[in-house]
Design a protein around this ligand. Structure first.
Ligand SMILES: Cc1cc2nc3c(=O)[nH]c(=O)nc-3n(C[C@H](O)[C@H](O)[C@H](O)COP(=O)(O)OP(=O)(O)OC[C@H]3O[C@@H](n4cnc5c(N)ncnc54)[C@H](O)[C@@H]3O)c2cc1C
Length: 402
């Protein structure tokens, strides 16, 4: 295994680290000050500082770094992108400032790989320019969606149209005023094989029949200005050319889409864990109780050491998964992707929990730490719950013996 970063990646890392430290982190408070907080998602607006930072990052070439494709993206492979994504994990704003945030990254990858020339022109180009955002509508309230074969939503081909009917939820980003399209997944032919019946369809968010019902709260927060929506698709009629790669390819595309996307989340989780440990240690050395710094009380040194060791293990496993994805492809990397998808959010959750604990009462209202804890908790469910990924690791392990 070769984890050596290319010279280009080392340059991008240095530039990204500086930009996050000098421009993005100091702008976080301005972002919150400019954010219009409202329970009505239709009133949400994008804080101007975000677009200003995006323009600066684009100018510096810190843009679309997630996309290995040379024509459309920065041309970094997963091993080279991993440390950059880790750096962006240190600020909640950084992924979007670099046009590297989910679900756009996964949607862009799908369009690069499977999109027609027309689909690329209409949706991929503005997405990569940072002019629009997008959503991915796969999960459904009515069925256990960690098993995608349960899906009930339909996208039937009728003449030269595709007709969508179904109810989705947890469509992240649907409340963003710039969200211009969804990639919707549904059943086209229920009589086809389990993995050949689904299709993915590009749906303009303003198409007749698309009805955003509400934004779902995450631990009581709506995650504005992006949100996670429940969406009703009622007789949405689109030209058949809206289907990505043609009918019946949805399952295949979904599997390819989730590989890199899952690793990106994990890479950012490693960076976020570093941030949480930094906060933990700063507090541990600066606050005194019972005549000693908190770092010298009880088991706090063990907590710090365990956090350091867990983060370093998570980073190495992330790098292994990135290496496997680059050299063996999604199917060759299945175990490593599932393994890191379990490990990274759990490490982030435990380090953040420890950081909150050492802040005492203040920790419970610390905006950064509580946001990181919520993120870690959600990541243990989003993109497949821990149990499903453990199941994958166990299945492939046991395959060696039967
Ligand atoms: C913040 C957030 C953002 C999200 N964003 C998106 C998005 O943009 N687009 C989208 O389509 N979806 C999104 N999701 C949805 C997410 O992908 C699903 O919630 C997830 O796949 C699980 O599906 P489910 O909720 O139907 O849970 P279910 O399938 O009902 O599973 C519930 C629980 O059952 C248990 N379980 C399931 N399978 C197994 C198993 N094999 N072994 C043991 N136990 C098992 C697990 O404990 C699991 O958590 C998001 C979710 C969250 C929380």
């Amino acid at each position: 295994m070769d984890f050596e970063h290319s010279e280009r990646a080392r340059n991008v890392m240095a530039q990204a680290e500086r930009f996050v430290r000098e421009r993005i982190v100091p702008s976080e408070q301005t972002y919150f000050d400019q954010l219009v907080g409202s329970n009505d998602w239709k009133e949400w607006k994008i804080p101007p500082v975000l677009e200003e930072l995006k323009a600066e990052a684009k100018e510096l070439g810190l843009w679309n770094l997630f996309l290995p494709d040379e024509e459309y993206g920065a041309g970094l492979d997963n091993r080279d992108y991993a440390p950059v994504a880790e750096i962006t994990g240190r600020s909640f704003l950084a992924p979007e400032v670099f046009n590297c945030s989910a679900p756009d990254t996964g949607n862009a990858e799908v369009l690069v790989k499977y999109g027609s020339a027309e689909q690329k022109e209409q949706w991929l180009e503005p997405l990569l320019a940072g002019d629009i955002r997008s959503g991915f509508a796969m999960t459904e309230p009515a069925v256990a969606s960690s098993d995608a074969t349960n899906m009930q939503a339909t996208c039937e081909v009728v003449g030269d149209e595709v007709v969508l009917n179904g109810q989705k939820w947890w469509t992240s980003g649907a409340g963003d005023p710039r969200c211009a399209f969804f990639i919707y997944m549904g059943v086209t032919d229920a009589s086809a094989g389990r993995h050949e019946r689904h299709s993915m369809v590009l749906v303009p968010t303003d198409a007749p029949g698309v009805n955003i019902l509400r934004m779902l709260p995450v631990f009581g927060h709506l995650d504005e200005p992006h949100g996670h929506a429940e969406v009703l698709f009622e007789n949405v009629r689109l030209p058949v050319s809206s289907i990505i790669a043609g009918p019946g390819r949805g399952f295949e595309i979904a599997q390819g889409r989730l590989g890199p996307g899952r690793i990106h989340h994990c890479m950012r989780a490693v960076g976020a864990s570093e941030r949480a440990l930094e906060r933990l240690c700063q507090r541990a050395v600066n606050r005194v109780a019972f005549g000693k710094p908190l770092s010298n009380l009880g088991g706090n040194r063990d907590i710090i050491a365990n956090s350091r060791m867990a983060i370093d293990q998570a980073r190495l496993l992330t790098m292994k998964a990135a290496w496997a994805l680059d050299t063996l492809g999604t199917f060759g990397a299945l175990v490593d992707i599932s393994a890191i998808k379990v490990i990274a959010p759990n490490v982030l959750q435990s380090v953040t929990d420890a950081a909150i604990q050492i802040h005492g009462g203040e920790g419970m209202s610390d905006a950064e730490l509580t946001r990181l804890l919520a993120m870690a908790r959600a990541l243990r469910i989003a993109d497949g719950p821990d149990e499903v990924h453990r199941g994958m690791v166990a299945r492939l392990e046991l395959k060696k013996y039967v």
